[in-house]
Design a protein around this ligand. Sequence first.
Ligand code: SF4
Length: 427
Amino acid sequence: MINRPKVILRRAEKYDPFLISSIIEEGIQEIGVGPKIKGRITIKPNVVMAHYLVAPSAFTRVEFLEGLIEAIKRMAGPEAKIFIAEKCGTGLPTTRMFRRAGYHQLKKKPFLKLIAIEESKKKTVWLEKGQVHKKIKTAREIVERDCLIYAPKLKTNVLSQGLTASLKLNIGLLCDRERMWNHNYNLDEKIVDLLEVGYPDFIATDAIEIACGGNQLTQPGYHLGAIIMASNPLAHDVVCSHLFHLDPKQIGHLVAASRRGYGSLNLEEIELGGDITLEELQRKTCHLSTGFIRLEKAHPRIKVINGEPYCYGGCQGVFLDWLYMIKDRKPDLWGKMPDWTVVIGHYKGDIEADRLLLLGQCTKIEGKVRARVKRRIDGCPPTHKGLVLWLFLKTGIRNPLFRLDLIVDAYFFLFLSWIKRFVTGRI
Ligand code: SF4
């Protein structure tokens, strides 16, 4: 009989590091990866962004990491060294997001080091099976490790057809320029390329509080009370997609991973274990939405005209994400949004609008254009940070992420990070 990959669903009602550590230790033993937990151990969490007011549920909680660290330190022994490595969202310095997520307190542990990937010593890895990337550059601690552990936060994400779990976590291996390169219609293959470097030995997912329904950074959290563990990332993500009532065969990066030999999309070919059933968890999530919709359906006063291509991982997805930031954190503004017509991609036809926004580098209109106000924002795709700034400057719409403390992070601290990288030669 063929061995089926195992995914363990465990009940964990609260962020208690002691409880989390014992659940994870049992999970490691049940999956049988105990012998791999040794030496130089790198943990990759999800800290795409953290902010107590506008992004309180976007990241792997520090209490979860404390429990995970406790478990693996007990199993790996005193000689083990643990690295927490991450590159947060584009245009933000990871050290600031570590601090906002409360990770700085982990630095007190003498065997542990926080690694902001963009400021670290890096290694270039040539990919044998890359379809988008022929090579990638990431932190030495990701490449030269004895054991790689992923600790995603279970969330929905409109850029990746509703789901972000362990495969999508790999985007955080890349620094900004490489990360945004081909973050468009090629996103699914790009994510799968990264599995060649970022294939975890063990995954422990923070699903005690999940986040869903809006923008991946700002969407609200909901209590689910679970920890999900596995050693096969595709099997793990297939189970997570069912948890959100999504069909894994409709999620591009899972389909691409399966096609490229990383495993099956069929739930029947995965062994489920643990003390809580998938059906019980699905009952808890049945009232939640992933927020993954066509962009033109997002807001009645934002008229979207899509040309070619439709990039849910690029312009359309990023703009939907920008709209959801407002819906999530500024509901008053959501109800009073000004009328705009937005064109994305190569469009053939005439356009008449009062206020017109052309979004994305490839956007062009083959036809007559009549508009009182016309604005353009480039990028393939534009970054979230760029959209927050340029849409404020060009349309006057103030996104909830346009705040003084985040502006200081995104410009002043980013500048300091650049100086540090320049001085240490770690560009
Ligand atoms: S610029 Fe064009 S190709 Fe690039 S992400 Fe936007 S719509 Fe897609």
